[in-house]
Ligand binder design. Sequence first.
Ligand SMILES: *Cc1c(COP(=O)(O)O)cnc(C)c1O
Length: 422
Amino acid sequence: MHHFETIDGVLHCEGISVPDIAREVGTPFYLYSAATLRHHFQVFDQAFSDLPHITAFAVKACSNLAVLSLLGREGAGADIVSGGELFRALKAGIPAGRIVFAGVGKTGHEIGEALDAGILLFSVESEAELELINQVAGERGAVAPVALRVNPDVDPKTHPYIATGLSESKFGIPTRKAVEAFKQANALPHIRVVGMHQHIGSQITEVAPFVEAVQHAADMVNTLRAAGLTIDYLDIGGGVGIPYHADTAEKPPGPGVMAEAVKPLLKALNVTVITEPGRGIAGNAGIFVTEVLRLKQSGGEKTFVIVDGAMNDLLRPSLYNAHHDVQPVVKPAASTRKVLADVVGPICESGDFLAKNRTLECPAPGDLLAVMSAGAYGFTMASNYNSRPRVAEVLVDGDRFHVVRQRENYDDLIRREEIPWA
Ligand SMILES: *Cc1c(COP(=O)(O)O)cnc(C)c1O
């Protein structure tokens, strides 16, 4: 559910008309709904309310400070994958004690920063990383709390780029090596094993892989405890899928359904459960608003709707062939003819599209289009490709909107560059 609604033919975010915002901030821009973010966070958090738990928002999904601050105030922790995300989470006021740090390539520097901040735990992905954490903690006379990430070899049945729990993926420690790895970890003087982590992938739309993975984790926790290890935290990752098609019956099981399916397994374990939802909280809480520049006819039947937003602003269609619904911000007249269209940006790449082969009411130059479900992995994947300044991010909260990231200007593009002979 979300708070983007067409009222009298005009798309609104909560109480505010999208064209009103566009008039003030220009296009393109990302638009987030505070009410939707809060609601989604609460649904995830409530789903585990009868267990000790931490709902750690996956910062990489949507890392704007205002969004992180809003979620932090609701009680969210943070699942981070870099020193930059640690910096953001702390700046946004998320307590270090609710921050978990994952990722296969943590540097010594990042590990030091996280130790100094006093995060809840490191989710460790290899023996070599353990050695490094042990060393960095030793230099500080500290002991690092860690959870080992176990790769359960479960197929999440999602896009291969976002499947992370298969044995051929780069993530986690293989199950058959896990007990040995946990024991080795615990033997290191500056490491304290406190938990276990897994995350099998993203945009998961079936319950079965989740249950299989958590069953696997539960068995592993019991095995580890039998081997004398302390497992206080079980981090079951993120990955709950969202509906990207509004007009179909597509209804992935929400966090409530997923939680009910795995809670019996978790309750028996007597652990603090950590979840790491990203897309499930932010995905449908944001849209991308772009203006139609002009139309162009292809050699064939197709119309190219050329818009001012592009793959550098929203990469998911180009990267994953991902589907985002595209809808006119102002409902066209009933007489408007329909066209078969690709919605494309100005970038010099054939892969630069926001939508392909859509039947749309033929827009006119100056019309606004809303690219739906763009709140997660939208702005965070934006780049300056083709020297395009990154767009503004706007947050609506009730009857007010706030520019929570200003549009970049040309000076921003070259800010850190230098001509050596000038
Ligand atoms: C990306 C990621 C997540 C978030 O996944 P979503 O599909 O956005 O919920 C959670 N945990 C880890 C370790 C991740 O890498």
